[in-house]
Design a protein around this ligand. Sequence first.
Ligand code: SF4
Ligand code: SF4
Ligand code: SF4
Length: 269
Amino acid sequence: MSINRRQFLKLASVSTILGVGSAAAITSISRSGLEASQSSPDPKGLKAKRWGFVVDVSKLKTEEDYQKCIDACHNIHNVPTLKNPKHEIKWIWKDDYEHTFPNMAEDKIMNKELQEKNFLLFCNHCANPACVRVCPTQATFKRKSDGIVMQDMHRCIGCRFCMAACPFGARSFNYVDPRKDNAIKVENKEFPTRMIGVVEKCTACYERLAVGKQPACAEASDGAIVFGDLEDPKSEVRRLIAEKYTIRRKPELGTQPGIYYVIGGGEHV
Ligand code: SF4
Ligand code: SF4
Ligand code: SF4
């Protein structure tokens, strides 16, 4: 069943009145559900104190390597493909070294090969998220249990304060109705579509974590994106951060991004 905003509100109100409802539908799209999904009733649900990512760009060699990660995310989340590039909606995308690490762009000593690479970018699920601080409706909020920065499209009033505040361009605004003009080629009926006038972004595949699955981009990446608990010293992400030379985007801004990029092997930070 495809779920849109109107159908959801109807379902939620009926469920509240009757005291029943589809747990799956509600946990997937309501604010209370988004919060509730932090204590997923599914015993297979993945848990962490703070989820994070390590992206090893040396494992992204071809255009297809990048594209399959992007497609995996955008296809399951009904991210529309819109004709006007100014209306682009992106949850995960690629960009060059200069735009990814502008603070290091002038370092001519930096590895030449690295400077010519593209990087996979998505919401950093910052520990100190600028977007959350400015949101007047709490439509964007940091989930207490695992640090995911969530986006509740139903509370969003489209003021775009969060877009101005995010230093990483990780948020997209729906300038046009994404449900029109065949913008979603093959709709995933298990995930809601959005409407004009709301902001959206990567939500760390919270809906997949709740049923024990890895984020779709990590799963599609053949090991280039590793996902895990940044607060667990025994996790794979912590091992990689300890053993490889990693950097984060714009650390000087103090948002404490949860994505680490491997830019060297073997060296300690
Ligand atoms: S990357 Fe931007 S949108 Fe994501 S948590 Fe950080 S400030 Fe918010
Ligand atoms: S656009 Fe939506 S999520 Fe962003 S600050 Fe405004 S209400 Fe919050
Ligand atoms: S974590 Fe999930 S939502 Fe975020 S970019 Fe990867 S696939 Fe998309």
